[in-house]
Design a protein around this ligand. Sequence first.
Ligand SMILES: Nc1nc2c(ncn2[C@@H]2O[C@H](COP(=O)(O)OP(=O)(O)OP(=O)(O)O)[C@@H](O)[C@H]2O)c(=O)[nH]1
Ligand SMILES: [Mg+2]
Length: 404
Amino acid sequence: MLEQAAAQRRQRQQELIAIAELADTGSAPAPSETSTSTSTSVSGSGSGSPAAAPAQPSPLADAAEPSLGAFDDTFTWSAEVLAAQGRQLDDISLEEIDWLGRLRRGLEKTRRGFVTQLLDRLGDDPLTPEVLDDFETTLLRADVGVQATDQVLEALRQRLNEEVVDPAEGIRFLKEQLRGLLDEPITASGVPLLAPERERLNVWLMVGVNGVGKTTTLGKLANLAVRSGYSCLIAAADTFRAAAVQQVQIWGDRSGVAVIANPSANADPAAVVYDAIGAAQSKGTELVLVDTAGRLQTKHNLMEELAKVRRIIDKLAPDAAVESLLVLDASQGQNGLRQAMAFAKAAGLTGVVLTKLDGSARGGVAIAVAHEAGLPIRFIGAGEGIRDLRPFNSFEFVEALLAV
Ligand SMILES: Nc1nc2c(ncn2[C@@H]2O[C@H](COP(=O)(O)OP(=O)(O)OP(=O)(O)O)[C@@H](O)[C@H]2O)c(=O)[nH]1
Ligand SMILES: [Mg+2]
């Protein structure tokens, strides 16, 4: 079965290598603008004075290196998933194994041994149309969504009409269908793997309802960007919640990334973004990460505010590569789909970051969002740590979701 998957997913190799490059540990030099400040409202890590040295000897000091665990079941599984994508053992990094292990553990609740149970129950007999009810329950319970589930089952039914399919082959086909749904919007976007474009201004907005993990994701992205050698700046545009600027400042400090903020009460988020883009343009910064509010007095205000921020970016930096990433808490399941629909228009969404997969029983919502909202999943978060975020890979995700 692994050989078959290897043949099919060989083209994935290139993507994975790019992922490894993006997340390459420690190879990137610290960004030259680390902890510098402009004369306006920028505060860098540490003292905040212009061109101040970083407060920490290493800005990445708290980004714990992954360590090799036991050669347990998870380790073996992780190595197999990478091998199935055509990866050679000697070019697999410890970080990748570590991440896959965490992803698998994270999706444990979603999986709840579904596939194992399913295979046990089905035995070795060929699949019958009645058995598809079990598949349907599996998918719906993981929050894959009605539309996507219908489409997958229809494909399976058709397959059963054409030939005899044993349970293991059924699962393989199921995984292939799910991957197809996840990859559709990614392929349509023309960007297989999202990364900031070098030597160009990239503006990435984190949007989403309160508490989903916007600020945490931004902090992790800042760290990933620094480790990948990008110059980066954070715009603290959540001016609604009093502690928001402080929270984002802590994340900036952890990676030595300067934060643009406006200390006055009820500052206009669009003005903060204005300052940040100005600072980025004058310094030639490659990536501006924008933290936005998850809650305002009314939902209407939130959408208005996001639209205004978008207008400012488009006006000030018409040539910038803008990404508007909807952050979704995987544990909110189908609610996430509704949020995606609500934000799509005002925020001009270009992609999704799925967070909290470590504690979620509803990881399948990724498939619903990809299929029904037509949005590419770009990153996934599975933990509160600074390294608990990785670029999205449908093969790894589906393997983790439906692991035996
Ligand atoms: N377990 C887990 N917790 C997470 C993850 N991402 C974020 N969190 C936690 O979720 C909580 C909310 O995260 P924030 O980043 O503050 O969320 P936010 O969307 O910025 O919230 P508001 O600014 O209030 O709208 C924090 O306690 C984070 O540590 C994740 O991937 N896994
Ligand atoms: Mg926040």
